[in-house]
Design a protein around this ligand. Structure first.
Ligand SMILES: NC(=O)c1ccc[n+]([C@@H]2O[C@H](COP(=O)([O-])OP(=O)(O)OC[C@H]3O[C@@H](n4cnc5c(N)ncnc54)[C@H](O)[C@@H]3O)[C@@H](O)[C@H]2O)c1
Length: 455
């Protein structure tokens, strides 16, 4: 029985509910007798998103902000000041926190500030030095992905986290996303997909212009922090000194899902890329790679593509098994299940809203229906219980906030085992991702051993 297509209900699900799937959210609320004092380090585009989301978490207080750029420092201080005034009603003299341009000076003041944790959203090249210094200072760390531009530096972060015993969460936020967690449960517990044989993921985006600036950073500051020019400072993602390129920037999120869902590490890797569109960037803008996995259920192939010329169908991950296909994404409109012909899904799935993937003609009008599927959001709501609660949690919190909630819940209990993406898990993804460029350059098939993934 086919319900009429309800795009409205699929969209509505995106604005409806949200859940902390491992129950840690509740634990945090209970354990939060004492505030967690935090500093943001790196308050650019992503740092401000994390700041906005973390400010709204009960028990979290931002007591300092650090950035090498005055504009970012002022921006962060403004956000924190406004929150302290309006939401917390703090007296004027307590509203605006101290700001730092040097993370070492911030860490030296940790006692004065009563600092418990730092949230790091600098360019990738600074993740490892700041994370290691903060862990050595006895602080908990939330650090954005990609861990570091090299396997060696990522390794150092894991070693420092282990030695410190502190929480070190890496920003692969899909690991705390109920849509992903419930889908993985569905794959493992209800076998709706069957044995996964092939996986595909992509991040397709348009060619974009480089970022420009109005006020340059003084030359002395650029030099002190290792940036060769303002162009490099603004567009660090495209240069080898600061980042591992689009495959790390975007691919790290999605290649992480291959490992997680397949419950295995890659065994083999081949890669290729092109770099003929932009003339002034160091990294390949289009990269494709193919992993082979030896999973507990047999061998599987996983193909990944990052593209910077054409954004057709954007970003998602797809898992295909002998019983069905699952498409999952941070975009909730792109999360659906398609059974193989002859497979009878349970009622909670059959009653879910239908999703149709459609093609568009050059005028932007729908031209043909490609596939019928069942909305995962709607299916999990129908399933009831923990799955329905998870959908409520997801619809009332954005993806970064959920990952931060998991981090602060773990900090409140001083227990790294509660983290959804601790450094050692993120390291396994970093090894798979950061091996792409060497494989691409050598043209050889990379063969991994189990030891490659462990510190
Ligand atoms: N999880 C996600 O979905 C997601 C999304 C976007 C970006 N990110 C990650 O967030 C990080 C920041 O990305 P962005 O887009 O905000 O970059 P950005 O260039 O907009 O911001 C970086 C900020 O860090 C500051 N900075 C640079 N070096 C510093 C240092 N040594 N100490 C203190 N501050 C320093 C800069 O002045 C700037 O304000 C990157 O690691 C990126 O990969 C993650």
């Amino acid at each position: 029985m086919k319900k009429s297509v309800s795009r409205r209900s699929v969209l509505a699900a995106g604005a409806a509910g949200m859940v902390l799937t491992n129950g840690v959210g509740r634990a945090f609320a209970q354990a939060a007798g004492k505030n967690i004092n935090v500093a943001i380090i790196g308050a650019g585009v992503q740092g401000r998103i994390l700041l906005r989301d973390a400010l709204g978490i009960p028990g979290v207080r931002f007591v300092a902000a650090c950035d090498i750029r005055k504009f970012s420092r002022d921006y962060a201080m403004g956000m924190i000041g406004k929150y302290n005034k309006r939401a917390l009603g703090l007296p004027k003299e307590q509203q605006r926190p101290p700001v730092y341009d040097d993370f070492k000076a911030l860490l030296a003041d940790k006692k004065k500030l009563g600092l418990d944790a730092v949230v790091i959203a600098t360019p990738d090249c600074w993740h490892a030095p700041i994370t290691v210094a903060a862990l050595e200072a006895g602080l908990h760390v939330y650090c954005e992905k990609e861990m570091a531009p090299t396997i060696e530096k990522s390794h150092g972060m894991v070693a420092a986290a282990k030695k410190s015993g502190k929480c070190c969460q890496i920003g692969h936020q899909r690991r705390s996303n109920p849509d992903y967690i419930e889908t993985l449960k569905m794959i493992r517990e209800t076998d709706l997909v069957g044995t996964i044989k092939t996986c595909y993921a992509q991040w397709n985006r348009r060619a974009g212009e480089k970022l420009t600036w109005t006020t340059p950073l003084p030359d002395a500051d650029l030099k002190k922090w290792g940036f060769d020019s303002m162009d490099h400072f603004m567009n660090w993602r495209w240069f080898k000194k600061y980042s591992a390129g689009p495959i790390a920037d975007l691919g790290s999120h999605q290649i992480d899902i291959f490992d997680w869902f397949l419950d295995a590490h890659a065994a083999e890797l081949q890669a290729n890329g092109t770099d003929d569109y932009y003339k002034d960037r160091a990294w390949h803008e289009n990269v494709q790679c193919l992993y082979k996995y030896h999973t507990p259920k047999g061998d599987a192939l996983a193909f990944y593509q990052v593209q910077n010329t054409n954004n057709f169908s954007n970003y998602f991950e797809r898992f295909m098994g002998d019983k069905g296909t699952v498409i999952i994404s941070e975009d909730r409109n792109s999360c659906y299940y398609v059974p193989q012909p002859g497979v009878q899904p349970p009622k909670w799935m059959m009653d879910a809203d239908k999703v149709q993937t459609i093609a568009f003609d050059s005028a932007g009008n729908p031209s043909s229906i490609l596939v019928d599927g069942y909305s995962l959001t709607s299916a999990f709501e129908n399933k009831g219980g923990a799955a329905a609660e998870a959908m409520k949690l997801r619809s009332t919190n954005n993806v970064h906030k959920l990952h931060l909630m998991n981090f602060f819940a773990s900090v409140a209990k001083d227990d790294p085992k509660l983290l959804n993406c601790p450094a050692d898990i993120a390291y396994q993804t970093a090894v798979a991702v950061l091996s792409v460029q060497p494989a691409l350059e050598s043209g050889n098939k990379k063969k991994f051993t189990k030891a490659d993934f462990h510190v």
